[in-house]
Ligand binder design. Structure first.
Ligand SMILES: *[C@@H]1O[C@H](CO)[C@@H](O)[C@H](O)[C@H]1NC(C)=O
Ligand SMILES: *[C@@H]1O[C@H](CO)[C@@H](O)[C@H](O)[C@H]1NC(C)=O
Length: 414
């Protein structure tokens, strides 16, 4: 949900090993470095995914435990590995409110040359030590065009953002260009009283022209639309962006299509977003590369502002969404998720990721919120700390979100 601010809470972190005797369904039950339980609750079987990770998957129980077992519907299962895992590198979006007001001078580049944190070094660490392969780079629309709606990419401000994009591309990872404006410009909604679809298409046309030959760029059309009155009109605004991107020559890259209600994975179908966005196509009529963008947090109100996690979102969100995506032959990408660096979040996040991986035919992956310029005291910080050339990840990253499980730290060299 992109809460902003620097927090001074000192979290005392401890090892995340479960104190229980058995791992829950979709929980970890083995792997190099794993010190938690190695048996699974009834109805699931400990299954090796890699030398680093075994998990409890639904299946014939070898346990003698009794009691009701709820088995999420996860058929068909295809593959076991998400294509993408990554982290949001925040900073260029600082100064943006959820009403689409973005203060250009409030943006804080997560680059040392602009007195920010070392976003470039973070991304190198995340790729080399943790196995991450995608970064989402939020930026305010106003920053890109220096406050001129419908204007050109600004020759002073845009190159600052582009430096972050280039350092991302240099890692070999995929890089999501995310306009972080909540479907708005200064309080007014695109195509519904605010900017015209042409003005929205203009910024995307210019960005797509700039990155047309970069295969690892992913275009994130808009962060978290919310309270958009007409979802059909919103789909037309998204269509305008897609058409502009393709016509600018970026014909192969992925484009992320966002729905209403803060892009919630839970309400993507029920609020009409999914059905409306099914209509969005490439200029040739296909939907190749058009991926639905969904967010989900694990705290009590899905706001991403609470340190504790209370759900793995499987029954409420991921299982029904997987079914709908299969029915429609489409895929989704979870570009914001996260939680505090506490045991409850380790448990539920590991379960959520395991479920997504079990359904990797429809889920492309996840991007954690957030590193970049967030201080390590921020409740959802995924910001690593650097000592010399050694980086250390916060608990949730090292225990769950990093594809290379158990990668606590490492050296990026010089
Ligand atoms: C914009 O950000 C700058 C720098 O943080 C701050 O000084 C200024 O007060 C902000 N303006 C508004 C309108 O919030
Ligand atoms: C999809 O497009 C068709 C044809 O333009 C239209 O009739 C239909 O209402 C649209 N569906 C949604 C959910 O917007």
């Amino acid at each position: 949900m992109a809460p902003k601010g620097l927090y001074a809470i000192g979290l005392v972190l401890s090892a995340a090993a479960s104190v229980r005797g058995q791992s829950p369904q979709f929980g970890q039950c083995g792997g190099i470095g794993w010190t938690g339980p190695t048996t699974c609750v009834a109805g699931s079987v400990c299954t090796v995914s890699s030398p680093y990770y075994s998990q409890c998957l639904p299946g014939t129980a070898t346990s003698t435990a009794t009691g009701p077992v709820t088995t999420p519907t996860i058929s068909p299962v295809s593959g076991n590995k998400l294509k993408y895992a990554g982290v949001n590198i925040a900073g260029f979006d600082f100064g943006c409110g959820s009403d689409g007001t973005c203060n250009v001078s409030g943006a804080w580049p997560p680059l040392t040359q602009y007195y920010g944190m070392d976003g470039a070094g973070q991304m190198q660490h995340f790729t080399q030590d943790d196995g991450f392969n995608v970064f989402r780079l939020p930026v305010g629309w106003q920053f890109l065009v220096n406050g001129v709606l419908g204007g050109d990419l600004d020759p002073t401000t845009f190159p600052e953002y582009d430096q972050l994009v280039q350092t991302c591309l240099d890692t070999g990872a995929a890089c999501i260009v995310d306009i972080h404006n909540y479907a708005r410009w200064n309080g007014l909604i695109i195509g519904q009283g605010g900017p015209t679809n042409e003005q929205f298409a203009s910024v995307w046309s210019q960005l797509a022209t700039k990155y047309a030959d970069e295969e690892n760029i992913i275009f994130g059309v808009m962060n978290e639309p919310h309270d958009v009155p007409d979802i059909g009109l919103w789909a037309q605004s998204v269509q305008a962006a897609v058409t502009a991107i393709r016509q600018a020559g970026a014909t192969k890259q992925m484009i992320l299509l966002p729905g209403n209600d803060w892009t919630s994975a839970q309400t993507f179908v029920s609020d009409g977003s999914g059905p409306a966005l099914l209509n969005v196509t490439n200029p040739d009529g296909t939907t190749t590369g058009l991926i639905f963008d969904v967010h989900k947090y694990l705290d009590v109100d899905n706001s991403g502002t609470n340190t504790e996690c209370v759900t793995n979102n499987i029954d409420s969100s991921w299982a029904p969404l997987a079914t709908w995506l299969r029915e429609n032959g489409r895929q989704a990408f979870n570009t914001e998720t996260g939680g505090g660096n506490v045991a409850s979040c380790v448990e539920f996040m590991c379960q959520q990721i395991a479920f997504q991986a079990q359904n990797s035919d429809v889920f492309l992956g996840y991007v954690g919120w957030a590193a970049g310029n967030f201080a390590t005291g921020y409740p959802l910080a995924e910001t690593p700390t650097q000592t010399g050339t050694t980086w250390t990840d916060p608990l949730l990253v090292s225990s769950c979100m990093a594809p290379i499980a158990g990668a606590q730290s490492g050296s990026t060299g010089q």
